[in-house]
Write a protein that binds this ligand. Structure first.
Ligand code: GLN
Length: 542
């Protein structure tokens, strides 16, 4: 029997609803339950793929090629359950489906309305594509009280009625702010937020209260009384020093016990949290540290590179070191002499990106890493930058560029117009829509034997997730290889370059895919483990 836990948030945004949901799911998993996590986003974009990273943070790509909310990254990292297209929905997609059905005539005769047509579509989504999960945790994006989230709240209210309270649970995440002049944690915003929920017919069963300090018993009692929740179901969610501490912390406050109690699951085994404790132990007591410069564009909003930051930390966990991240806007390297800021770092990484701004700074960073033999990791755009750098500076192609920035004489990186997905040919043209038309999701890549990546992966064929519109132009392979840039991974049909590396460098690898999306704390991605290891070696040299 699948049970549904709905997680809403109140008072303010950014309380960590995604992490809380992921952490709860991971603890339920350690109790032996099969879990699935879903995110319902209230905005009108069909998916976050067309949104600026400044607006929305990273776009997380699933194996099946969906561009989704970054919380799905937390879900996957915490539970190891691969996210699917069917795990993220937006108001935009719901409406576009409902309207498409209306045009087809599926509702012929009816007036199409938010209730029941939109709410039915939401409920249908919540219950779709499940495979015997014990728990489905559905996070509702946004904050209670937002106009946009109303249809979602209405849908989950209805679902709770249809399925019964023994199969559904409402968890509400709120904030208890500390007011220094009063010397107190304040419960009023939580009371208001719960009132807001009650006004749409939802009585929360459990409150997770974010706070920067312990919540006195008296305040818990007060919240319980005013919000009509059992006292043990008012769970303190205190700030922690690493996100991987969250499952253990919430467990110690009784979260999973209360969830089991709600569902009448009295005889389940206590969770085995040993591996979570081991991870936090490793994070807290590293044997050394390294500094990696991330030379990108969206460095002022770190959510833009969420999975990347996590993957680098996982590489640190694997090597028992702390990884300090130096986020640098590549534009600074367009100023004479500024590149020296990279002298003391132990690794340089150019992440994924779009558009021409800051490109020459990124290319300068690649050149610096190559010449100074500092470990270099280029991801997607970062690989394309490495290719342009080699073409311009080593293959005597000064006009080498990417057609992403306009027509050019030497298109070493060009628009991808067709590629194979399995046995199917996918075609694109420059006139296509921008939403959902990139090469997205998992594709196989054949590694070239005897190369560094073949050694790192320890295998011949790998599968990694992609999100790009341009590709390295295979026609330049010979000239680039003559310049020392080895094409060490290709699409199985040999047409799309997937990985480049240098043999004359301690660690210089560029990949067209996003390995960071598959890295997990318990299963660090081999490329990140290897890159951080190279950075550790570099740290012994400087
Ligand atoms: N802008 C490049 C492309 O579309 C790289 C994309 C990326 O880094 N994800 O190919």
């Amino acid at each position: 029997m699948t049970r549904f836990i709905f997680i809403t948030g109140g008072v303010v945004s950014s309380l960590g609803k995604g992490l809380a949901s992921a952490a709860l799911a991971s603890v339920l998993q350690t109790r032996g339950f099969k879990v699935r996590l879903r995110k319902l986003d209230p905005y009108l974009n069909v998916d976050p793929g067309t949104m600026s990273p400044y607006q929305h943070g990273e776009v997380y790509v699933t194996d099946d090629g969906a561009e989704t909310d970054l919380d799905l990254g937390h879900y996957e990292r915490f539970t190891g359950v691969p996210s699917r297209r069917s795990d993220n929905i937006t108001t935009g997609r719901i409406y576009s489906n409902v309207i498409a059905r209306e045009r087809r005539g599926d509702y012929l005769g009816a007036t199409v309305q938010v209730i029941p047509h939109v709410t039915d579509a939401i409920k249908e989504f919540i219950r779709s594509d499940l495979t015997d999960e014990d728990f489905v945790l559905c996070e509702i994006g946004g904050t209670v009280g937002d106009i946009e989230s109303l249809p979602f709240l209405e849908a989950i209210r209805q679902l709770a009625n249809e399925l019964g309270r023994e199969r559904t649970m409402f968890v509400h995440l709120t904030l208890l702010p500390y007011i220094p002049s009063a010397g107190e944690l304040k419960t009023k915003p939580t009371q208001h937020s719960v009132k807001e929920l009650l006004s749409v017919g939802i009585q929360p069963d459990l409150l997770l209260c974010r706070s920067d300090r312990p919540i006195p018993q008296g305040e818990r009692r007060k919240i319980a009384l005013f919000c009509n929740v059992r006292e043990e179901a008012v769970i303190p969610a205190l700030d922690v020093d690493t996100i991987y501490q969250v499952p253990v912390s919430y467990h110690e406050e009784g979260l999973d016990e209360q969830v089991c109690k709600h569902f009448g699951l009295h005889d389940t085994a206590p969770p085995d949290l040993r591996r979570w404790r081991k991870i936090t132990e490793r994070i807290r007591f590293p044997e050394g540290e390294v500094t990696i410069a991330v030379v990108g564009k969206y460095t002022s909003l770190l959510d833009s590179y969420k999975s990347l930051a996590e993957a680098l930390h996982h590489g640190g966990i694997a090597n028992n070191v702390k990884v300090n991240l130096d986020w640098l806007d590549s534009q600074i390297f367009e100023t004479e002499g500024a590149i020296r800021a990279l002298e003391d770092v132990h690794g340089i990484l150019v992440p994924g990106g779009f558009g021409e701004r800051g490109v020459s700074g990124k290319i300068a960073a690649v050149k610096f890493a190559r010449e100074r033999k500092i470990p270099y990791f280029g991801i997607c755009f970062g690989m394309q930058m490495a290719v342009i750098e080699a073409a311009r500076n080593l293959a005597r192609l000064p006009k080498a560029n990417s057609t992403e920035f306009g027509p050019c004489d030497e298109p070493v990186v060009g628009l991808m117009t067709e590629w194979l997905r399995g046995n199917q040919l996918v075609r694109r043209s420059g006139a296509d829509d921008l939403g959902g038309t990139m090469r997205l999701g998992a594709y196989d890549c054949q590694l070239v034997q005897g190369t560094k990546v073949a050694e790192i992966y320890g295998g011949g064929i790998i599968s990694e997730r992609h999100r790009h519109r341009y590709e390295v132009n295979i026609d330049y392979r010979e000239r680039l290889e003559a310049a020392g840039l080895i094409f060490s991974g290709l699409s199985p049909d040999g047409v799309l370059p997937e990985i480049v590396e240098r043999a004359d460098h301690p660690w210089f690898i560029g990949v067209q895919f996003h390995p960071e999306l598959k890295s997990k704390p318990f299963d660090p991605h081999p490329l990140f483990t290897s890159f951080v290891k190279a950075a550790v070696q570099q740290s012994r040299l400087v």
